[in-house]
Write a protein that binds this ligand. Structure first.
Ligand code: ADP
Ligand code: MG
Length: 671
């Protein structure tokens, strides 16, 4: 079957189901084939009841099974239980409000029960299901409401059955052999239905390799093109003194070092392509301002693209201090009249320093003489957008600023087309946040403590919930709304809710009130994740912390501790998984973003760092799941070599690279 067919063309997927899949961004059969599990559960070995840790999910061979008992608790919950035993002991398999479960419980020993160990009261096994054979390695997919793992797996199975044969191999056998890669079709099948842990590793390696190679093909081609271009040679000497006079502080040594690198790049006739990495709060904005200042002094316009309106507004305030009337801000939610006026001013050159959001990429925006393009918080923009904004001028100098500290080894792959600067350390006078892990049983104590801090110290607080996007609903996670209600009930402070579904104007108004200190506690989704600067905010509460990547948690934590007062970060988690807790513990021990990123890379692989959504699954798909950096490094080497000396059979991968990027990078020619 043609993989571009809609999901409804498989059995068992009707319009209703298709609508649920659509919320995951899945529309066609090939979307489903490329839909990567977010993790795996390994049931390839049977486990003894006595050996299973609290919170661990495992498969147990049923050596003994008792009768099913069903009863109702005083609060009206239906509880079904059955006693299951093996050589090591017994446990009570327990279901809540699932009376029909008794129909699927086997009457005889033999077979397996799969579930999650709960040792808080007795030895209980929760969320259990039964299986005649060991389930093996099982994928776990991201879900939305209405879908469960079983439904997704069934649909993936059907899609594979229907069109696995149309998966075309992209690498010739000789190349695959050299790098020990399995075939693409086998890899796609195994990533969804791994026969063993070993096979799964091979599949992930193949897919990661392919994605990293494709990414490298594109980035290397871009780099080659830019190197050949002639850019602007800005005059940079003698400008620093005047620039410094606009600043309320003296730059740190680290900032001076990067400013110097920027000035050197700008003075060169080659177009600059530089990535500036620096921890949250390390002071990157001033670097952007400096580049914009140099541009203005040379009669060029510059643009600073921010990922959110809130940030764009903050940048605008700073630009206005330096450039006065010649600063402008463009966002998507301005009135048509305001927008037209700003567009006109940008086009006729009466404004020189422009900031704004994605609205800046829209085709209606024409600059009169654009010389410098800066994107703030790069990880929010994909390669596509990086390229699109660069097209607003002939060969502008480009700077990308990222607050996600990425280990150098990984930046080389993700940003292979860029030179890299790192802002080390922090501006003086920063106290690192005191970070604590808070279990569910300490929640109320934490509320009291926060209330006291707010009252006694006059500080403000953020509470963040892991809602990934507007359309996604995570299962069993307290939503921002729910947390808001709860905090309102439990704390006698001024609480407000900021979330992605609010109108831009409402968001701004809330942020403004928070900045002015009229709100004590701001509950939000991750919209405040990037760049917001409120020095009096000293408390950060993160709900379901185990749901976030370490790097992202570190970034969120960076929102506090920007003033004089001691700041706190509370990581709430109900997780009892040992690995999750260990991971979180690292944050309580260090404040060094690069160290955290490196640890994250070691323990979880690049996926955690990159964030699949941030890079866009289609752009850097399975590679985000790859466990080892070596694979990515090899893939990069391979792609560089392929470009230098292509062999017969390499066209397929090159075509794939071209297809993946052609909409955004019309001008990129990969030979
Ligand atoms: P980020 O790297 O996260 O973008 P910002 O540029 O927003 O960081 O800077 C964070 C805060 O630190 C801002 O309030 C900024 O004014 C301040 N800051 C930056 N550099 C210095 C410095 N050299 N000395 C004192 N304060 C500084
Ligand atoms: Mg910033």
């Amino acid at each position: 079957m043609d993989p571009s067919k809609p999901l409804t063309s498989i059995k068992g997927v009707g319009p209703g189901r298709a609508e649920q899949f659509a919320r995951l961004g899945l529309f066609s059969l090939s979307d489903l084939l490329e839909f990567m599990p977010r993790g795996y559960l390994d049931y390839s070995k049977e486990r003894l009841i006595a050996d299973i840790d609290d919170g661990e999910t495992a498969a147990v061979r049923i050596g003994f099974i008792g009768p099913v008992r069903v009863f109702r608790t005083k609060s009206g919950i239906t509880v079904s239980t059955v006693s299951v035993g093996d050589a090591s002991g017994n446990m009570t398999v327990t279901w809540f409000n699932q009376p029909y479960i008794s129909r699927i419980v086997p009457k005889e020993p033999g077979g397996y029960v799969v579930g999650t160990m709960d040792r808080r009261s007795g030895v209980r096994f929760l969320g259990a299901s039964f299986s005649k054979t060991l389930p093996g390695v099982v994928p776990v997919y991201p879900l939305v409401k209405g879908l469960n793992q079983g439904t997704v797996r069934k649909a993936v199975r059907a899609a594979l059955d229907a069109c696995a044969d149309s998966i075309e191999e992209t690498m010739p056998a000789s190349r695959r052999e050299k790098y020990g890669l399995i075939g693409l079709k086998d890899a796609v099948c195994a990533v969804h239905f791994p026969e063993s842990a070993e096979m799964l590793e091979k599949a992930r390696r193949r897919l990661a390799f392919e994605d990293a190679a494709v990414l490298t093909l594109v980035l290397e081609t871009l780099r080659g093109e830019r190197k050949a271009e002639r850019g602007i040679a800005f005059r940079t000497s003698g400008l620093l003194g005047e620039f410094l006079s606009y600043l309320p502080f003296e730059p740190t040594e680290a900032q001076y070092a990067v400013m110097n690198e920027l000035a050197l790049d700008m003075a060169s006739p080659k177009p600059m392509s530089r990535l500036i990495q620096g921890d949250v709060g390390s002071g990157k904005t001033v670097l952007a301002l400096y580049a914009m200042f140099i541009a203005a002094k040379n009669g060029y316009q510059s643009v600073l693209m921010a990922p959110t309106e809130i940030l764009a507004e903050q940048h605008f305030a700073q630009l206005s201090r330096i450039f006065g009337e010649k600063a402008a801000c463009l966002t998507g939610h301005m009135s048509a009249r305001e927008k037209a006026a700003v567009l006109e001013a940008i086009a006729n050159g009466s404004v020189t320093a422009v900031t704004g959001t994605h609205a800046l990429i829209e085709s209606g925006v024409e600059f009169s003489k654009l010389g410098v393009v800066i994107t703030d918080e790069q990880h929010r923009f994909g390669v596509r957008q990086r390229a699109a904004i660069g097209k607003k001028a002939e060969a502008p100098d480009t700077v990308i600023m990222s607050a996600t500290p990425i280990p150098r080894t990984l930046s080389l792959i993700l940003y292979g087309d860029l030179d890299i600067s790192i802002v080390r350390g922090m501006p003086p006078g920063r106290k690192p946040a005191v970070t604590k892990l808070v279990g569910e049983h300490k929640r109320i104590d934490m509320y009291r403590y926060i209330e006291k801090l707010i009252r006694d110290e006059g500080v403000q607080a953020y509470a963040v919930c892991p809602m990934i996007g507007d359309n996604e609903e995570l299962e069993d996670v307290r939503s921002a709304e729910a947390l808001f209600d709860e905090l309102k009930k439990n704390l006698s402070v001024r609480v407000e809710l900021l979330h992605g579904r609010l109108k831009a104007k409402e968001k701004e108004a809330l942020m403004e009130r928070f900045r002015r200190g009229e709100i004590d506690l701001l509950v939000s989704t991750t919209v405040i994740e990037v760049g917001v600067d409120v020095p009096n905010a000293c408390i950060m509460v993160i709900e379901s912390a185990e749901r976030f990547g370490l790097a992202q948690l570190h970034q969120l934590r960076g929102r506090v501790g920007r003033g004089e007062k001691q700041s706190y970060c509370f990581l709430l988690t109900a997780s009892r998984s040992k690995t999750a807790l260990e991971r979180l513990k690292l944050l309580t021990e260090t404040n060094d973003g690069f160290l955290i990123a490196e640890k994250d890379l070691e323990t979880r692989g690049p996926g955690e760092l990159i964030g699949m959504r941030q890079h866009g699954i289609s752009e850097f798909g399975a590679a985000a799941l790859a466990m080892d950096l070596d694979t990515l490094r090899e893939a990069r080497e391979f792609a560089v070599e392929l470009l230098a000396s292509p062999q017969e059979g390499d066209e397929k991968l090159i075509q794939k690279a071209r297809r993946k990027y052609e909409h955004s990078l019309e001008n990129v020619v990969i030979n």
